[in-house]
Design a protein around this ligand. Sequence first.
Ligand SMILES: C[S@@+](CC[C@H](N)C(=O)[O-])C[C@H]1O[C@@H](n2cnc3c(N)ncnc32)[C@H](O)[C@@H]1O
Length: 236
Amino acid sequence: MKYLKNWDNKNWLSSTKYIFEFCKFLNSKVKISDKTQILDIGCGRANIISYLQKKYKFDKKAIGVDIVKNKEIKKNIIFKKIDAIKYLRKTNIPFDIILIKQTIHFFKIKELNKLINLIKKSLAPNGVVLIFSLKINHNELPVFSAMKKKLDKSLVRDKYLIQIIKKKFVKYKMSCFKFKVTISRKEYTDMLRKRYISCLLNLSKKQIKKGIYEINLKFKKKIKFNDVLDCLIYKN
Ligand SMILES: C[S@@+](CC[C@H](N)C(=O)[O-])C[C@H]1O[C@@H](n2cnc3c(N)ncnc32)[C@H](O)[C@@H]1O
């Protein structure tokens, strides 16, 4: 699969409100303190752990790993440009929290099995894993027809991936994080043009152009929807 670059740049995903709400959600699910050692797998520009680092002033700096080195990665955390599996194989740090947000779909089935095994090994006693992925049923993301086909296919795969993860963890809880998005149609179509979401990566320029035309016809100048993530929580 192709990789996403700067996917959250200048949209709701990197907004102060989104990061604040997301971290509030995290804190409602797991105890966080200055003693917490956190790892973010597929951290992107590390906005989330950077916020947490500022808020909790972790003794051991939050670590973010990503296979892509994006622009403007936050400086107050430790960033490592590395494949998550390679990183987990070589680290011996026991993590209190391992966060994987909107990243599992990049892994092949075999890799995902390896990833989960390694995560289990890298968890501290009482450590917690939180895995977030796009809501599978009734996803509200504004889509055009070619995008919908790709998204539906990817959500079917996500469902399968989550089943695999559930089997590996056995005891887990499910929850969901919901964020109300209000965005101008212009901003949203710019995001589509930049292929901000994985399901757009393999569409042709012509399909994207046609899709934007469709979105312009289908939606008003302000687009409102809920961006919802399913969350699987495993406690060691
Ligand atoms: C959709 S982005 C999510 C970024 C971030 N978690 C967030 O929610 O803002 C998925 C990220 O996973 C990263 N990624 C994909 N495969 C990876 C791998 N094998 N190891 C580490 N990172 C990976 C991508 O480069 C990308 O930055």
